[in-house]
Design a protein around this ligand. Structure first.
Ligand code: SAH
Length: 236
């Protein structure tokens, strides 16, 4: 394989691991730089270890593999993107999932965030509205060994009532308002991480926690830019 422009790169597992280590260094720097806003200057060691295990280059189109570990979003087809590594890391950290957590992701995309969640929690459910992306992500996750993940095609605004309630819900596309069904499917002590705002304009990453009395607490975490959470049909 020919190297892309710039420094020559090999594609050995060791070279990929080195790229991941550099990506994680960047993530840690950005976490520190934004810590005043996010309240998370240090990400959990469990999340950092999981980032080191997921082969991000397997989730991007062939021609973008050499840029898979850059700290930015990349196109994945159908007008969609794989999110920036720092944002994926921060959202995962905010979700605070443990091994026994039931986790719902809205917006499977290429499945990278899904894989990271599957490294951390036993029960991971993910919904994607674009059938082709859902099918590709499903195959990719199986091929990479993430066989416990449950995927579904549908409109994530509705959540996944049959599998609810969840300890954590991550929405990886921007909603104009927080979908009520997602709040309804959140357990006590559950955490919903969601970008809220207008499409392609200023959005806030928001963390909503349900306390043990059922009350919701909201924290605005960071300005972000996500593709829109679109409306569509229910589960296919
Ligand atoms: N988590 C992904 C990010 C993908 S971008 C990753 O790690 O790469 C957001 C994704 O949300 C897109 O694939 C888009 O098709 C999907 N999406 C948009 N609106 C949706 C909806 N209502 N329900 C489910 N998925 C949706």
């Amino acid at each position: 394989m020919s190297a892309s422009s710039g420094e020559p790169r090999t594609h050995s597992p060791q070279a990929r691991a080195a790229e991941r280590a550099e990506m994680i260094r960047q993530i840690e720097l950005e976490a520190r730089a934004t810590g005043g806003l996010t309240g998370r200057p240090e990400l959990s060691p469990r999340v950092l270890a999981a980032l080191a295990r997921v082969p991000r280059h397997e989730f991007v189109p062939e021609e973008l593999k050499s840029r898979a570990y850059d700290d930015g979003p990349l196109p994945i087809g159908h007008g969609q993107t794989i999110s920036q590594p720092f944002v994926v890391a921060l959202m995962t950290d905010l979700a605070a999932v443990s091994e026994t957590s039931r986790v719902l992701e809205i917006g499977t995309g290429c499945g990278y965030q899904t894989a990271l969640l599957a490294e951390l929690a036993h029960h991971v459910f993910t919904i994607e509205i674009v059938p082709e992306l859902a099918a590709q992500a499903h195959q990719r996750l199986l091929r990479l060994g993430y066989t416990r993940v449950k995927t579904r095609v549908g409109d994530g605004h509705l959540g996944w009532p049959e599998e609810a309630p969840f300890d954590a819900i991550l929405v990886t596309a921007a909603a104009s308002v927080v979908p009520p069904a997602l709040l309804a499917q959140l357990k006590p002590r559950g955490r919903l991480v969601i970008p809220v705002g207008r499409p392609f304009s200023s959005q806030d990453l928001v963390l909503i926690e349900r306390d043990t009395s059922g009350a919701l607490h909201e924290q605005v975490v960071l300005p972000v830019a996500f593709v829109p959470l679109v409306h569509g049909q229910g589960p296919a």
